[in-house]
Design a protein around this ligand. Structure first.
Ligand code: SF4
Length: 341
């Protein structure tokens, strides 16, 4: 599709999640013989390439099929700092969509200036998402990213003021769309037209939009002076229990969880093993007392085949100690009180 008449008319930088809308935005610009370099952003909050969420799909198959470049960019600590202190507030959960969009657009702007591209495109659709895609927020993120006139949303372009690329004739506005709202009807028609077959179902967004993850993150922020990447990654795995302000417990649900928890284990964590049965990986985080060890052992034992036994043995280890305790497995009423859902 790109350069079918042999002439490149310009160069756009695209924000590309791998989802349907951002793919369509790219295809609409490629069809105008404009080169596209797409950026797929990653963060510690779920936008992994392996995910099938709206912000975490593999960008390469579409890039290969339709002929555009993809650059992966991890937002790392910059994004974490915004999650901890967003300037524009949060959505229903811990999501910081406005700050997030501004950061991504600022990064895209830097790339645009570095490679001397002409403008930026996104797959945003006016009115599709409550926090960041209502009209005034579209203008807000554009202006805060310093992109007035330089940010084209091909799917909703006809509902928005013309950008410089349209005014200059680089982009034919007539070939753009005027889509608004949550219906995907027009997008599905366009997907058919462009022969775009493999795209994920719309999802609500990254992990920050998930209420369970958000509760665990909120708890972490409330009870930590400093937060590192392992702390954040650990929130993705296992069941989490807040015993008291000083102590949290994490218990693996299955082998995948157990491995993920072990990968995030830090030197100050205690590890528990319920003896003589298949034990879930269990970590105690914080400053536990002897009483807390008993509680943690009881909770860990609840998730073994010995949960109906009167007494089980649990080994507690960290870098400095190894201790054997006997506990009665916890009952579900205790679990319900302290589990972070
Ligand atoms: S859901 Fe919001 S915070 Fe999460 S990646 Fe998408 S825009 Fe950013």
């Amino acid at each position: 599709m790109y350069n079918k008449d042999g002439k490149k008319r310009g160069h756009a930088i695209a924000l590309f999640s791998g989802g349907l809308d951002s793919a369509l935005a790219i295809l609409m610009i490629l069809q105008q013989n404009i080169e596209v370099t797409a950026i797929t952003f990653m963060t510690h909050f779920g936008c992994d390439l392996g995910d099938r969420s709206s912000c975490g799909s593999n960008p390469y198959p579409a890039a290969e099929k339709f002929g555009f470049n993809v650059k992966l960019m991890h937002l790392g600590q910059k994004f974490v700092d915004l999650v901890l202190n967003p300037q524009y507030g949060r959505g229903k959960n811990m999501n910081i969509c406005i700050d997030c969009r501004i950061l991504m657009l600022k990064e895209a702007k830097e790339l645009m200036e570095m490679v001397n591209a002409d403008f930026i495109i996104t797959g945003e659709v006016m009115g599709q998402r409550p926090m960041s895609q209502v009209k005034d927020k579209l203008f807000l993120v554009q202006n805060q990213a310093g992109l007035k006139g330089k940010l084209l949303r091909p799917l909703s372009a006809k509902l928005l003021p013309p950008t410089q690329a349209e005014i200059d004739g680089l982009v034919d506005r007539e070939l753009l769309e005027g889509i608004s709202g949550r219906s995907r009807k027009r997008q599905l028609e366009l997907a058919k037209k462009f022969n775009l077959e493999d795209y994920p179902n719309p999802a609500s967004g990254c992990l920050l939009t998930d209420s369970g993850y958000s509760n665990r993150l909120h708890d972490l922020i409330q009870h930590s002076e400093q937060i590192n990447f392992d702390d954040l990654n650990l929130l993705r795995a296992g069941r989490h229990f807040r015993l008291n302000p000083d102590v949290k417990i994490v218990v693996g649900r299955d082998e995948q969880d157990n491995n993920a928890i072990l990968a995030c284990k830090q030197s100050h964590h205690y590890e528990l093993e319920v003896l003589d049965v298949g034990s879930p990986v269990t970590l105690i985080i914080g400053n536990p007392t002897e009483n807390d060890f008993q509680f943690a052992g009881a909770i860990s034992a609840r998730y073994t085949s010995a949960r109906k036994e009167p007494i089980v043995k649990v080994r507690i280890t960290n870098e400095e100690k190894s201790e054997l305790i006997s506990v009665k497995p916890a009952d579900d009423s205790l679990i319900d009180k302290i589990i972070l859902r």
